[in-house]
Design a protein around this ligand. Sequence first.
Ligand SMILES: [Zn+2]
Ligand SMILES: [Zn+2]
Length: 156
Amino acid sequence: MATDPADLLRQRGIQVTAQRLAVLRAVSGQPHITADAVAEAVRVEIGAISLQSVYDALGVLVGEGLIRRIQPAGSPARYEDRVGDNHHHLICRVCGRVVDVDCAVGSAPCLAAADDGGYEIDEAEVAYWGRCPDCLAQSPAGPEGPALRKRIPRAK
Ligand SMILES: [Zn+2]
Ligand SMILES: [Zn+2]
């Protein structure tokens, strides 16, 4: 992103604070970052910040459309600064890695639902679930594919 983050905030009429800038930078630097990871990155940059302040800043930035929040099932919310193109995500069931994938065909055809039920649709969130190449390499798909959830270590 070539634009200065402080300018981005000002353009939207958002008060520029060190915390908001640091949060925005953390999200730009690591797409699909979790709030916990944002807090860690921000602490490195500007020192102590509460998780609540991180959530507050994330909420403001999401509300103004500067970042996008995605929440894959069973995963903490993740944030990214690639907004406005309605792209989708590949999510690994094993390690949780998330990568971007462009809309299935053309610019945003999935916004044209087969039956919109009279809704005015402005977003379609598609998640492709599976195993990432690294996890596939570690355990070649066997006939017992559906049992792969057992591989996730149980929390004690
Ligand atoms: Zn993986
Ligand atoms: Zn993304």
